[in-house]
Design a binder for this molecule. Structure first.
Ligand code: BGC
Length: 249
């Protein structure tokens, strides 16, 4: 079985067909810059272009950087505010003429890591943290997802944690990896004190540079890099369509 996985981010929108039984990409990913402003019609048009690029006629799974309830976008930290309360699944389905499943981007990335990646075969409380334009979190308890945890928005230093310790904060403030790692270490220790997880899996755009900061972290809880690096979002988004496969039988 296969599905097109699309990872919608604050800076880029990337897609690839994925074998949802093995978690393998079936073609190199295709990336477009996130439109500015990232309004619902503009993003829907980009999704349509990505589907067209692969000549896709099957199921589509999209990860989106917001809390998602039943296909409805509820927040908009790094996308245009007009997304709030938009029925994204219906919008994308209309734009593409295909069946679409919409899920929080970090939750999607987490599903890929738990099933095929760094969390494979592991039980207990596991966090997948994605570091990119924002900070995404996905919480799994014995393999079961607790959706929409949104812990990039806990308060630290009087601001949203993601404003202080995301990859865009590192770039915006021109922080060295050492200085940024100090902040991220504090963030992980804060989550640790609140949730006492068994494992942190670090993914997102910054994960491909993990050797620059993982050795600098000092946490009680083990921290490992995401196995899929930045492709976890694409693979996980494709996996979410299993619900549609089941529904279409
Ligand atoms: C959003 C989350 C998202 C994260 C990573 C945050 O700003 O609120 O929904 O998972 O960014 O993209």
């Amino acid at each position: 079985m296969e599905a097109l996985g699309i990872d919608i981010g604050g800076s880029g929108i990337k897609g690839a067909p994925v074998n949802i039984t093995t978690g393998k990409l079936l073609a190199p990913r295709f990336r477009l810059t996130t439109p500015k402003p990232s309004t619902p019609p503009a993003v829907a048009e980009t999704i349509k272009v990505i589907c067209g690029k692969f000549n896709w006629s099957g199921l589509v799974g999209c990860g989106f950087p917001a809390a998602i309830q039943h296909g409805i976008v509820r927040t908009a930290a790094n996308v245009d505010d007009s997304w709030i309360n938009t029925q994204g699944e219906t919008l994308f389905a209309k734009a593409t003429g295909l069946q679409v499943k919409l899920t929080n981007d970090a939750d999607a990335a987490g599903m890929a890591e738990i099933e095929f990646g760094a969390g494979k075969g592991k039980t207990g409380v596991i966090f997948i943290i994605t570091i990119g334009t924002g900070i995404g979190t996905a919480l799994f308890v014995d393999g079961n997802l607790v959706p929409n945890t949104e812990l990039g928005h806990i308060r630290m230093k009087g601001m949203d944690a993601e404003f202080w310790t995301s990859d865009s904060a590192r770039k915006r403030e021109g922080l060295t990896w050492k200085r940024w790692a100090k902040r991220f270490n504090r963030y992980l220790n804060y989550l640790d004190a609140l949730f006492w997880p068994d494992l942190f899996i670090v993914g997102g755009g910054a994960a491909k540079k993990h050797e620059k900061f993982l050795p600098l972290l000092h946490t009680r809880c083990p921290v490992v890099p995401a196995k899929f690096h930045n492709n976890a979002g694409i693979v996980g988004a494709a996996l979410t369509t299993r619900a549609l496969h089941r529904g279409s039988k």
